[in-house]
Design a binder for this molecule. Structure first.
Ligand code: SAM
Length: 216
């Protein structure tokens, strides 16, 4: 493997599981580069004051602040992450919100969420599903923890656009948007509407889905 390939493979690994000093650097990069897309996902989830909401795979935590702002002092935000470096970063950055109980960060996986059934009013996950092999299982888990009528927003880069970045050749699962929508539907999220963040052909996708009732 050449130097370029090694760099791409290392970057892909860090994006999927940021760790150590390089992971902290990646977290800063993610917060900057993904800010508009993640804020778009929060807007689309439309959290209300007093609600309980979550960001799965929050990375550098760029989604946690707008979620906290939207649910206000009587609401609750859960962040779930597999990466210890991201968890410790959030514990440092959000010490006050963790202290007053408005935010909880959990070590956990999208395919086995450490949250109770029907405990969330809304949830987002952005730029994470490229790293999830069993997406049907992950979406079934999200359907378990989001209450009927609650919203789930999945944010993904456009697969064709993503394919242009050499690092995505190293293990990224770039699923067609239709396939992700179908998996959402199969998991119990009816009528995923599609939004874009930006006007270009390669603009970021937001899939905004509502949890169907238990008997649907
Ligand atoms: C590319 S970063 C995106 C971070 C943030 N959501 C954003 O859009 O900037 C992917 C994040 O998802 C986390 N992640 C990957 N697989 C995960 C899984 N199965 N469950 C929970 N988090 C996961 C990684 O640790 C990493 O922090």
């Amino acid at each position: 493997m050449g130097v370029r390939d090694r760099f791409s493979a290392g970057l892909a690994r860090q994006l999927g599981h940021p760790s150590g000093p390089a992971g902290r650097l990646v977290a800063r990069m993610l917060n900057k580069g993904n800010s508009q897309a993640v804020h778009g996902a929060v807007e689309a989830a439309d959290p209300q004051p007093g609600q309980s909401v979550a960001d799965f795979g929050f990375g550098g935590g760029v989604g946690l602040r707008p979620l906290l702002d939207r649910v206000g002092p009587s609401g609750h935000v859960h962040g779930v992450e597999i990466a210890d470096t991201m968890l410790s970063g959030a514990r440092r950055r959000f010490a006050a919100e963790l202290g007053d109980g408005r935010l909880q960060v959990h070590s956990g996986d999208l395919t086995a969420l450490p949250l109770a059934d029907d405990s969330l009013d809304a949830a987002i996950t952005t730029n994470t599903i490229y790293f999830v092999e069993d997406l049907a299982r992950a979406f079934a888990e999200v359907a378990r923890v989001v209450r009927p009528g609650g919203r789930f927003v999945v944010g993904i880069g456009d697969p064709e656009e993503m394919r242009k970045y050499p690092f995505t050749a190293h293990g990224f699962r770039l699923r067609p948007v239709d396939e992700v929508v179908e998996l959402l539907r199969a998991a119990g999220f009816a009528d995923a509407t599609r939004q874009r963040v930006g006007d270009s052909d390669g603009a970021f996708h937001l899939l905004v889905a509502e949890r169907a009732g238990r008997d649907q």
